[in-house]
Design a protein around this ligand. Sequence first.
Ligand SMILES: Cc1cc2nc3c(=O)[nH]c(=O)nc-3n(C[C@H](O)[C@H](O)[C@H](O)COP(=O)(O)OP(=O)(O)OC[C@H]3O[C@@H](n4cnc5c(N)ncnc54)[C@H](O)[C@@H]3O)c2cc1C
Ligand code: FES
Length: 252
Amino acid sequence: MLPKECKISKVEDENQATKTIFVECKDKPQPGQFYMVWVPGVGQKPFSVAGVSPLRFSVCAVGEFSRKFASMKKGEKIWLFGPYGNFFEPQGKKIVAIGGGYGTGPMRYAARIAKKKGDEPIVVIGARSKDKLMKGETGVRTVFTTDDGSEGMKGNVVDALKKILQEEKIDEVYACGPEKMMGAVGKLCIEKKIKCQLLLERYMKCGFGMCGQCSIGEILVCFDGPVFDAKIVEHPEFGKFHRDCAGRKVLL
Ligand SMILES: Cc1cc2nc3c(=O)[nH]c(=O)nc-3n(C[C@H](O)[C@H](O)[C@H](O)COP(=O)(O)OP(=O)(O)OC[C@H]3O[C@@H](n4cnc5c(N)ncnc54)[C@H](O)[C@@H]3O)c2cc1C
Ligand code: FES
């Protein structure tokens, strides 16, 4: 497959470390799908779709590739392989979509699509403090949480989910973020018998099932996912082990 050459059309600040990058590309991938983004001379990494028309990615600058990607300007070009992977399949009308860190991008997109279909999504966005929250427009009912209480509800996204579940009848939960957070969301939903789908963002190399880098035991996140039923949290490797950049299985 040849990559698509795409020009950056706009860059929006989300917070100090995170930008949303809009590109000129007519693709309309589904919420949950991802692209391998190639920046010549730097490398290629997977990024979840954070919206379409125009296609966009929310990029948190943490290492060499993401720092370069997040610093790119309008008019510069990137190359895209994909879209890859499965996507969220709505199974209810009242959906809570939970985003931690850069997982917020695909959750906002999933919620916007759900609203367009006539569903009633609530987005829950969490961060350690106000300056780390992803504050871009969601277009739907939104609950912010911060660990230190500097904005929104004091606590984490799991506390917010528990509160919502006490107050309202929820059909389904989506989540994307650190595995520890998704583990807690998944376990809570299994316990409460609420449908739940999790978007996993494991370290990937090939993105299409060849290298084994993204494995959780026998499961390949890029090929079998990246969206999984909450039951994935019961896998003995979930939230405990991952593979480092050399492919070694190490503690998470
Ligand atoms: C399916 C999928 C979708 C993804 N979608 C997105 C997305 O929408 N936006 C996005 O920004 N990234 C996303 N990622 C992560 C992205 O692919 C890169 O792994 C990430 O940008 C780090 O790459 P790097 O080369 O910059 O840093 P690396 O050199 O790989 O990592 C630098 C350091 O930062 C740590 N680190 C890596 N990621 C994080 C993090 N998120 N928070 C804190 N520390 C971290 C590493 O452990 C390492 O110590 C996704 C990953 C997958 C598998
Ligand atoms: S990233 Fe290579 S198998 Fe998933």
